[in-house]
Design a binder for this molecule. Structure first.
Ligand SMILES: Cc1ncc(COP(=O)(O)O)c(C=O)c1O
Length: 407
């Protein structure tokens, strides 16, 4: 299926990629609600356990419904890319219970006590906490540098031979910072680091980190890939197939952060419309950002598709479009943020992102309410900041709602 898929259009891969015909001729891959699988003979079980015969054994290790979602995501991340010999790039994806489970598996498979990670500010909060509060107890410290400053990154790597892995998240929350994947990956490779990218915000529709030779891409599939807010999930995608089949697979199986057939089914179903949804998400977001930039109640808009964003040029270089995430600062500060949320009639007041409906949140009064104000401001989370994941409703309806809520 992989070779054939390389000549197909992106949306066709979203719909058909990874599908294997069913023995019972079901049109769509069913939800395989089975924890284990049977063998015809002792010989067959021996061959399957040895890996000589392809087959499922136990659903923590693999399941046909999960395999379809994994294969589809691997094809989308590799879409149109080639390996060093010019052949279609082959990637392997392993689905997890959540984005955090995927990140944990990748880290645990690649880093040992005494080694360090190099990463940047403004990571997703959960990843930041993992790096700052959990990994140090396991003997893995982090060097945190401004990844906009390549000289500083190189100096930090040169100064510390224990740095083993570079973790990049771009665009990043909440100011939509966009950092140079090509340059950072080249730098990481120059010093023999494992380079991994959290591609949740951009998705393979907008940005394909494997183009820059990175080793791993992770996603919270909970977001745009699922697209409907129906399931939590995560994925690790890797280019070193041997490593994916050995150490990463082992870590996935033993840490137990596996996905399940029902949530994988929901993900596959969402992925069928992924390309189409992203087109609408992006065009709506650009129109919303243009509107907000001219609104008198708004002090500032952070959207990569606006020329006013400091990383607009970087976005044009490495992303197909600026995406569906934006944030904006209301002039009235904290109280204006609370009032705005209460005034909304259409947009949904919720955290998370990437669903069909527009999601809006006021971090200062919700996700960051317990963070000291100075620290929150240092992260770019100002009192009146509103985060928006622009949905795929008719854009006029989103704009009307914003108009009446900003006031
Ligand atoms: C960029 C990013 N990475 C990872 C995660 C964690 O994903 P999950 O909530 O599916 O564990 C999130 C969640 O919001 C995220 O935004």
């Amino acid at each position: 299926m992989s070779d054939k898929n390389n000549s197909l259009g992106f949306d066709t891969v979203c719909i058909r990629g990874g599908h294997t015909p069913e023995s019972n001729r079901a049109h769509l891959t069913p939800i395989y609600a089975s924890s284990t699988y049977t063998f015809d003979s002792a010989e067959q079980s021996i061959a399957t356990f040895k890996g000589d015969e392809k087959g499922y054994i136990y659903s923590r290790w693999g399941n046909p419904t999960i395999s379809e979602a994994e294969e589809k995501i691997a094809l989308l991340e590799a879409y149109g890319l080639t390996d060093k010999d010019g052949a279609p790039l082959k990637l392997k994806a392993i689905l997890h219970a959540s984005g955090m489970a995927a990140i944990c598996t990748m880290l645990m498979a690649n880093i040992k006590a005494g080694q360090k990670i190099i990463t940047h500010f403004s990571l997703y909060g959960g990843t930041h906490e993992l790096v700052e509060k959990i990994l140090p107890d396991l003997g893995v410290a982090a060097t945190i540098v401004d990844f906009h400053d390549l000289n500083k990154v190189e100096d930090a790597i040169k100064a510390d031979k224990t740095i083993r892995l570079m973790h990049i998240e771009t665009p990043a929350n909440p100011t939509l910072q966009c950092i140079d994947l090509e340059a950072l990956s080249a730098l990481g490779k120059k010093y023999g680091l494992i380079v991994c990218v959290d591609n949740t915000f951009a998705t393979p529709y907008l940005q394909q980190p494997f183009k820059y030779n990175v080793d791993y891409v992770m996603h919270s599939t909970t977001k745009f890939l699922n697209g409907h807010g129906t399931a939590i999930g995560g994925v690790v995608v890797g280019r070193d197939l041997d490593k994916m089949n050995t150490s990463v697979t082992k870590m996935h199986r033993l840490l137990g952060g596996n996905s399940n057939a029902f949530e994988a089914f929901l993900l596959t179903n969402g992925l069928r419309t992924f390309g189409l949804r992203m087109e609408r998400h992006c065009s709506n977001a650009q129109q919303v950002a243009n509107y907000l930039e001219c609104n008198k109640g708004v002090a500032h808009v952070n959207y990569l598709g606006l020329t006013s964003h400091p990383d607009h040029a970087m976005c044009l270089k490495q992303m197909k479009h600026a995406g569906a995430m934006l944030s904006f600062e209301l002039k009235g500060g904290f109280d204006a943020g609370v009032k705005f949320i209460n005034q909304l009639k259409l947009c949904t007041n919720a955290v998370s992102l990437g669903t069909c409906d527009t999601l809006v949140s006021h971090p200062a009064s919700t996700t960051h309410v317990s963070v000291a104000r100075e620290q929150r401001l240092a992260f770019g989370i100002t009192d009146g900041l509103i985060r928006m994941s622009v949905g795929i409703e008719n854009v006029a309806d989103i704009l009307n709602d914003l108009e009446q809520a900003v006031g």
